[in-house]
Design a binder for this molecule. Sequence first.
Ligand SMILES: Nc1ncnc2c1ncn2[C@@H]1O[C@H](COP(=O)(O)OP(=O)(O)OP(=O)(O)O)[C@@H](O)[C@H]1O
Ligand SMILES: [Mg+2]
Length: 315
Amino acid sequence: MSGTENTSPESGSAPESGSAPESGRGSGPLLSVRDLTVSFRTAQGPVNVVKNLEFDVPRGGALGIVGESGSGKSMTSLAIMGLLPKGGTATGSVRFDGAELLGMSEREKRRIRGDRIAMIFQDPLSSLNPYYRVGTQIAEAYLSHRSGVSRRQARAVAIEAMERVHIRDAARRVDHYPHQFSGGMRQRIMIAMALSMEPDLIIADEPTTALDVTVQAQILDLLDEIRGETGAGLILITHDLAVVSEVTDQIVVMRAGETVERGAVEQVFSDPQADYTRRLLDAVPRIDDEIGVLRTTEITLPHDSAVPGTGRSTR
Ligand SMILES: Nc1ncnc2c1ncn2[C@@H]1O[C@H](COP(=O)(O)OP(=O)(O)OP(=O)(O)O)[C@@H](O)[C@H]1O
Ligand SMILES: [Mg+2]
């Protein structure tokens, strides 16, 4: 790794080759990323947008990937999911529950995606189809990954999943369309969709960025609650250090595809090793205990404010 290692990840050494059964559930970390490099062919030659990335997600653990725009966070998650855009290739190793994902056949990857690894994106509207009722969409996603399930059962799963993400009156709301929900509610629906799969790993890429601060906090609480309830591992991708501090145990700080720093959240927060991390930390708003005000000296507060009752920002 090119950056600073704050502490060793739980299993910082290379994974023991052949120690985990190919198809069975391994006993090592849930996800183990080693020497992951993502490149794109460009007119100027290959460009590495993620370089030699290494981290583990323990079973039931939560890892935050933090960095400014363009640092390679989304490309990391897409490489793990086998969903890199055209022209992108991933090398290195991504072992999920003992099985190597890089180089896996499309068919095998499809089985793992959704079924065992679920993704939640920044903008739920781009993932939800405006023309279908939300319940139908959750049920369809569930049916596509489960055989021998009736539509009636899938609908019951959808209602239950909506209840689990605290959507009130889920039995009625299941028949509503995406536009009938606020931004925060739509993100809850995406989380419900992910949950209905009972995944072992949830990758959330900027799940709260499009939401106002109050709703952000609720979604983070929900992710944390779900992790506790289901024992699923979580990768939370964000440019906001305050977000990772609430939900994750370990963090990786990325910049321009490089790992700047990684380690336990408390350690990175209390004793950041890299200048870049220090600068990111300086930009985190803090409540000053003594005078009880938000210190805004080094941050630019967003100009938008919440529209009461809609869960949407004015922007
Ligand atoms: N199809 C592509 N071809 C070439 N380069 C690409 C392609 N897609 C993305 N990139 C580059 O890869 C780099 C990493 O992009 P990525 O989307 O992972 O950033 P990010 O950290 O998720 O940023 P953001 O916080 O804005 O979402 C960027 O510099 C981007 O320009
Ligand atoms: Mg991104």
